[in-house]
Design a protein around this ligand. Structure first.
Ligand SMILES: Cc1cc2nc3c(=O)[nH]c(=O)nc-3n(C[C@H](O)[C@H](O)[C@H](O)COP(=O)(O)OP(=O)(O)OC[C@H]3O[C@@H](n4cnc5c(N)ncnc54)[C@H](O)[C@@H]3O)c2cc1C
Length: 381
C-alpha cells in the first residue's frame, strides 16, 4: 500500500505532492490528460508575493507579462483606475506553470502518472482506494485535487465562463481591464489581461449566460480577432463545508478554494494543496489520521474570514443594477479609495479593498443597498 494518492496533476495536486515527497513519503499523482497543463483554462494572473508564499519562483519562461494598473468600466463606461505597481502582478503561461510545478514535485521525489483517469474513490477504516479502469490502488491517504468537476459533485455551484486569446488594438500592455455589466455578465464581469500591446487573454463569467455569445459580441465590438476559444466554469461561490473526511481530503478548486470576488484560485487553492500535503505527510508518518484535519483548520484560519467578506461583497454587487453600478464606480473614482487601495491593497486579500470601498461615506444609502450590522462594524474597525 502506498503512502498518499493524489487525483489531479495541477496546482493543488503538485504542491501537495511536493510537500509529501519532501518528507520522504511515497506519493503518486494521477492526471487524466496525457500532457500536464493541457488543455489550458486559466489566465494565470498572480502576485509575486503569493508565489513566494507557496515557495515558488516561476522561471522567466513561464512569465508572460507584468501588469501595473487595473481599469474598471461601469455599464455606461465610466472608469476608475487602480495603480497596482506595489502588488507586483504577473501573468503566467498557465500550461508551462503546471509543467514547472510537475518538475518541482518530481525533484522532491513524487511519482506522476499521466493519461490515468480516476473513475471513483472510496475509503474503509484502514485505507483509501481509487479505481483507474480495472485497477484498484490503495493508500493511507487520498487527496482529491481534481478541480471543478469534483466541486460540482460536492454540491458547489459554478458560473458559466469563457476564455479567449485575441489580437486587438484597444488595450494597454500593462493594464488589466474589468467590465462590470449586469446585462453581459450578471453577478460577475468581463476581463482583459494583456500579454503584449496587441495580444490578450480575455474572458467573461456570469450567471446563466451564453459565454461564447457574450465573448463573440465583445470581440466584434472591439474589432479584435480570436485565436482560441475555451469554455471554462468559474468557481466563485465559496468553499465546500468540509475539506477532510477520514482518510480523504479535497484541496484547490475541488474544495472551492477560489476567491469569490475574482474566481482566482492559483494562490488560495495552491495554499490548500500545500497545507493538505503537509498534514497528509504528518498523518502518514505518525499513523494518526486525525492529523489530516490540521489542514482544514489551517486553511480556514488563513482564509475563512477573507472568503466570508469576499462572498458578501460579491453577493451585494450581484444584486446591483446598471444604474447602481455606474454610481458605485463614480463614487469610488471621486473618493480617495483608489489611492488607498494602491498603497495598502493586497492582490491576494481583496477584503482590504472591499472595506476601503464600503467605507465611503453614504455609499450604501446613495446606492439604496442594505448592509448587515456585521459588515458595518468591520468597516468601522
Ligand atoms: C477562465 C478562467 C480563468 C482563470 N484565471 C485565473 C487567474 O488569472 N488567476 C488565478 O489565480 N486563477 C484563475 N482561475 C482559477 C484557477 O484556474 C483555478 O483556481 C486553479 O486552476 C485550481 O487549481 P486546481 O489544481 O485545484 O485544479 P485544476 O487546475 O482544475 O486541476 C485539476 C486537475 O485534475 C485533473 N483531473 C480532473 N478529474 C480527474 C480524474 N478523475 N482523474 C485524474 N485527473 C483528473 C484535471 O485534468 C486537472 O489537471 C481561472 C479559472 C478560469 C476558469
Amino acid at each position: 500500500m502506498q503512502g498518499v494518492s493524489i487525483v489531479g496533476g495541477s496546482v493543488a495536486g503538485f504542491l501537495a505532492a511536493r510537500e509529501i515527497a519532501s518528507k520522504g513519503i511515497d506519493v503518486t499523482v494521477y492526471e487524466e490528460h496525457r500532457e500536464i497543463g493541457i488543455p489550458e483554462k486559466c489566465d494565470g494572473l498572480v502576485s509575486s508575493s503569493g508565489m513566494s508564499e507557496l515557495g515558488l519562483v516561476p522561471p522567466s519562461s513561464v512569465i508572460q507579462n507584468a501588469l501595473t494598473k487595473c481599469r474598471f468600466f461601469s455599464p455606461s463606461m465610466k472608469e476608475v483606475d487602480i495603480d497596482a505597481r506595489k502588488q507586483n502582478v504577473v501573468v503566467l503561461d498557465r500550461s508551462r506553470f503546471d509543467k514547472y510545478l510537475a518538475e518541482e514535485a518530481s525533484r522532491a521525489g513524487a511519482k506522476i502518472e499521466v493519461g490515468k483517469r480516476v473513475s471513483s474513490y472510496s475509503q474503509t477504516q484502514d485505507r483509501a482506494s481509487l479505481k483507474i479502469e480495472s485497477d484498484e490502488i490503495s493508500s493511507e491517504i487520498l487527496l482529491d485535487c481534481s478541480g471543478y468537476e469534483s466541486y460540482i459533485r460536492g454540491g458547489g455551484a459554478t458560473l458559466q465562463g469563457a476564455q479567449y486569446i485575441v489580437y486587438g488594438k484597444w488595450f494597454e500592455k500593462s493594464t488589466v481591464e474589468v467590465y462590470v455589466d449586469p446585462k453581459d455578465a450578471p453577478g460577475f464581469f468581463k476581463w482583459v489581461i494583456p500579454l503584449s500591446s496587441d495580444i490578450a487573454k480575455i474572458g467573461v463569467a456570469g450567471n446563466g449566460i451564453n459565454s461564447f455569445g457574450v465573448m463573440d459580441s465583445f470581440v466584434k465590438e472591439k474589432g479584435a480577432q480570436a485565436f482560441r476559444k475555451a469554455a471554462a466554469p468559474v468557481i466563485a461561490s465559496g468553499t465546500v463545508k468540509n475539506f477532510v473526511e477520514g482518510r480523504i481530503a479535497r484541496a484547490g478548486d475541488s474544495a472551492g478554494q477560489a476567491k469569490p470576488t475574482s474566481g482566482g484560485g492559483i494562490y488560495t487553492g495552491g495554499f490548500g494543496g500545500m497545507l493538505a500535503g503537509r498534514a497528509a505527510a504528518k498523518a502518514t508518518k505518525s499513523k494518526d489520521i486525525g492529523a489530516l484535519k490540521e489542514y482544514e483548520s489551517g486553511w480556514k484560519g488563513e482564509f475563512g474570514e477573507e472568503f466570508k467578506l469576499q462572498l458578501y461583497a460579491r453577493n451585494t454587487f450581484a444584486k446591483m443594477d446598471a444604474k447602481q453600478l455606474d454610481q458605485l464606480i463614480e463614487m469610488i473614482a471621486a473618493s480617495d479609495v483608489p489611492k488607498k487601495i494602491s498603497e495598502e491593497g493586497d492582490f491576494d486579500r481583496h477584503s482590504i479593498a472591499i472595506l476601503k470601498a464600503f467605507g465611503i461615506s453614504n455609499l450604501f444609502s446613495v446606492l439604496g443597498v442594505v448592509v448587515s450590522n456585521e459588515i458595518k462594524s468591520l468597516v468601522k474597525s
